[in-house]
Design a protein around this ligand. Sequence first.
Ligand SMILES: Cc1cc2nc3c(=O)[nH]c(=O)nc-3n(C[C@H](O)[C@H](O)[C@H](O)COP(=O)(O)OP(=O)(O)OC[C@H]3O[C@@H](n4cnc5c(N)ncnc54)[C@H](O)[C@@H]3O)c2cc1C
Length: 392
Amino acid sequence: MTFEPLASDFYSYGSLLSDQERDAIAKLRAWAEADVKPIAGEYWDRAEFPMQIVKPLADLGAYSFAWDETKPFENSAVFRGFVAMELARVDPSVATFVGVQNGLVNGSLSLCGSAEQRAEWIPKFASGELIGAFGLTEPLSGSDSAQGLRTTAAREGDSWVLNGAKRWIGNGTFSDITIIWAKDVEDGQVKGFIVPTTTPGYTATKIEGKISLRSVQNADIVLDGVVVPESLRLQQADSFRDTASVLRLTRAEVAWAAVGTAMGAYEAAVRYAGERVQFGKTIGSHQLVQDLLVKCLGNITASLGMVVRVSEMLDRGEQRDEHSALAKAYTTARMRETVAWAREAVGGNGIVLDYEVARFFADAEALYSYEGTREMNTLIVGRKITGSAAFV
Ligand SMILES: Cc1cc2nc3c(=O)[nH]c(=O)nc-3n(C[C@H](O)[C@H](O)[C@H](O)COP(=O)(O)OP(=O)(O)OC[C@H]3O[C@@H](n4cnc5c(N)ncnc54)[C@H](O)[C@@H]3O)c2cc1C
């Protein structure tokens, strides 16, 4: 399959990919445009997730987070970024599903699991045999999860007893396994647990009434005396520092998804501008509409350059927390501007699902807030450049 550069990739960053990576992206894009794009609006409207896409995504390699084996293209953070961008360009809800399954879940196992745990669990998520969720946020603790977690883990012999509540957990209504982060009552440190969702005391309830990423199934989770064996504790997670190492990787991927979300809105606006006629000519031939479109493209191009570089740094082992934090804060802010300008260019039809822009416009709001709000990521960068932590 031939890889065609996207018109919205104005400086052809796609040319940085290897032939093998380009081929994989071409297949993913063709599948997403044929099988996701036509149904995205209807599933969004019904607030349902299209479960039929879980297996095809696995077959396309979307959940293959490389851990300790050398796999030619799956090892590249730049390639994984392109996967997130291409999916978000068609449907940010699907990019979010993959971000949880591959980034947060396989990422936790990859960075915080023992060799045995990685070998046992990662292939099951990579193949789509199991669906995962990542439970960090709580009803009373969002931005302050480094210090504020209230969910507890108490060691009893060879087991742990988990008590508490989690909120906003993506894929949480249908996950087979949820990675639960809880504070050890003994040493006060945050630890991670691989929790089968059929364990007695575990309940998940769908969060209704969302206006953003409606296809993503977010859950409120209650843990009432949930018992898991020591063998299901992530063996390399000793404190929140280890949880943060996962978020550092996934934040950069959210930045890529933000670029894709902006691209999806921009491309729909360009199409519309070429068709809609006002004052006797297409609106795209009016100067002020061109100005909106060019501002969108400028934001997308600047953001894409940033995420490519931040992922290259990850591939070289040079990426630190502040690098991915700046990328997430900057690109999501540019995305928010871009989807608003694209919506403006589509006029009244910009608020109707049929014209696509509306879905990207609404979905941008969740990407802007999850995996660290703009404020939290700003404070991570601010701490680095001034040497002063200004969180409290
Ligand atoms: C669609 C969606 C999917 C999600 N998926 C998951 C998931 O799968 N797993 C998971 O664990 N979590 C998930 N989350 C949770 C997400 O990470 C949190 O919403 C996010 O971290 C913000 O927390 P909060 O919503 O509690 O906001 P709060 O922390 O209450 O913040 C509210 C506002 O106050 C600001 N604020 C807070 N503290 C400060 C400060 N010190 N200085 C300046 N401003 C401050 C914030 O920036 C924000 O603007 C998801 C959220 C959404 C919306």
